[in-house]
Design a protein around this ligand. Structure first.
Ligand code: GLP
Length: 263
């Protein structure tokens, strides 16, 4: 696992955006670049920078296909807290050459949730899998909506949200946890770790325990993020604020490694 520690959220976002842009530019194969994407506050800085590069003519999304991680069950696209709305508002609507038909987001209004999830997995497979999955992480270490105790080999499916997650996410629903949907559709932990590369953003003091569990803890379904330890190409991009629960040795080790890589 590679852990890239940046001083600030802004620097973390710039680093991650440059990394993703570099991968898209370097992709020369005769098939689209397949990019997995998250919602949440963590990726907003990355989206801003990718949009800037795209609008400046430095980065094209014409040959990029995207798959989003998750969607609330029961929220229509037009709801300002649906992840469909979030992705268009914060990202897709600002890109000059993203093809709408290349955007894939689970349909939270489906009347056949299991079928919708199976079709999603099949569509990912039809593109030959995901090249790079960017993700965020919940304070309890969930990846996408894979709450604690979700199988580390899970595939796309319906997830029950924990009370904790509904409380944390209530900040987007007028502060009322009861307004947060009780279920979501989500790619599985296995769907994420099947990607050729995984890049997870972890920032802020409230993610410090989750970062320590991801990097230093044992592989455990209690912290679904810990599945990344088994991935060949997993990168954590984090800010200083999220490093508070790492041991000094761990912190120094990763800073040292990155310094050497730059030489
Ligand atoms: C939600 C999403 C996750 C996201 C998490 C963290 O629960 N389902 O995919 O990683 O929120 O959000 P934030 O980045 O706002 O802390």
């Amino acid at each position: 696992m590679r852990v890239v520690i940046q001083d600030t959220y802004e620097k973390m976002s710039k680093w991650a955006a440059d990394y993703i842009a570099g991968k898209i530019r370097a992709h020369k194969e005769d098939r689209p670049f397949v990019l997995g994407l998250p919602t949440g506050s963590s990726p907003i800085g990355v989206y801003k920078e990718l949009v800037r590069q795209n609008q400046a003519g430095e980065l094209s999304f014409a040959n990029v296909v995207t798959f989003n991680m998750d969607e609330y069950l029961g929220l229509p696209r037009e709801h300002d807290q649906s992840y469909w709305y979030f992705m268009h508002d914060n990202f897709f609507d600002h890109l000059v050459d993203m093809k709408p038909e290349n955007i894939n987001i689970l349909n939270g209004m489906t009347d056949d949730p299991e079928g919708e999830c199976a079709r999603y997995e099949a569509k990912i497979a039809s593109y030959g899998g995901i090249d790079l999955f960017m993700g965020g992480i919940g304070v309890d270490g969930h990846i996408a909506f894979n709450e604690p105790y979700t199988s580390l080999s899970s595939r796309t499916g319906v997830r029950d949200l924990t009370t904790d997650t509904r409380i944390v996410n209530s900040r987007f629903f007028g502060g009322d946890p009861e307004k947060v949907p009780v279920q979501a559709l989500s790619v599985g932990v296995g769907t994420v770790t099947d990607s050729r590369e995984v890049l997870i953003l972890i920032n802020g003091h409230n993610k410090a325990r989750a970062l320590a569990a991801t990097v230093e803890g044992g592989v455990s379904q209690k912290w679904t993020c810990s599945a990344l330890q088994l991935h060949k190409n997993a990168i954590i991009a984090c800010d200083e604020a999220a490093c508070g629960e790492l041991t000094v040795d761990t912190y120094k080790y990763f800073l040292d490694i990155e310094r050497k890589e730059r030489l």
